[in-house]
Design a protein around this ligand. Structure first.
Ligand code: ADP
Ligand code: ZN
Length: 214
């Protein structure tokens, strides 16, 4: 089934992990603006150089730049029938722009208490090769500091320092949380309890998707 989905929720709510899983399951692309920025930074592209200091502080990349990037990505062939947007939109202007680009089936809001979010982010490890996420305690790799999938080293993201985490949560409350009401008013919002183990979150998500008429 090909859905056009938005994953909403605070940093550390588990959107990325579940998006990877669902994208494989449904065979649709996982479009993460954060991943796209990080791969541009790693490859030292002009875009990467432009956004490097912004993303490491936990601030948002300007809307125009982000919207243009997503517009371009959605025009690619693999996104013609369905996709998961993870980390976009993150502001009201981005959501308004998306309304003109696509017809979204459902916006999933990953709900998790703030103290859980902080614990998750401060233990997070990210693969320097493929970007897959791990956690020091909750979801460790099979071999310490090595990615199970691609074998590259795991690192702590620059924006996973305590200071940047606090800042990202403030930005989330101010800029992104209003999108919950935005999609509720459009009657396409579904809340998902993300404060449970991965398998249960995933199962609940599949149940929610089954209720969407496709
Ligand atoms: P998180 O773990 O906070 O959900 P992401 O991996 O989605 O982080 O994004 C990392 C960083 O990339 C953000 O803190 C921000 O600087 C930038 N970014 C990602 N998506 C967007 C967006 N839609 N608008 C602006 N900036 C973004
Ligand atoms: Zn990897």
């Amino acid at each position: 089934m090909a859905y056009k989905l938005i994953f909403l929720g605070s940093p550390g709510a588990g959107k990325g992990t579940i998006a990877q899983k669902l994208a494989e399951h449904l065979q649709i692309p996982h479009i993460s603006t954060g991943d796209i920025f990080r791969s541009n930074i790693k490859n030292r592209t002009p875009l990467g150089l432009q956004v490097e200091s912004i993303t490491s502080s936990g601030a948002l990349v300007p809307d125009e730049l982000t919207i243009a990037l997503v517009q371009d990505r959605l025009q690619q062939h693999d996104a013609s029938t369905g996709y998961i947007l993870d980390g976009f939109p993150r502001t009201i202007p981005q959501a308004v722009a998306l309304d003109n680009l696509a017809s979204i089936d459902i916006a999933i809001n990953f709900v998790v208490p703030q103290e859980v979010v902080i614990a998750r982010l401060s233990g997070r490890l990210t693969c320097s090769g493929c970007g897959r996420g791990y956690h020091k305690i909750d979801f460790p790799p099979k071999t310490p500091n090595v990615c199970d999938i691609c074998g590259n080293a795991l690192i702590t993201r620059k924006d996973d320092t305590m200071e940047a985490i606090q800042y990202r949560l403030t930005v989330y409350e101010k800029e992104t949380a209003p999108l919950i009401q935005y999609y509720q008013e459009k009657h396409i919002l579904a809340n998902l309890n993300s404060n449970q183990n991965l398998e249960n979150v995933f199962m609940e998500l599949l149940q929610t998707l089954q209720q969407v008429n496709k």
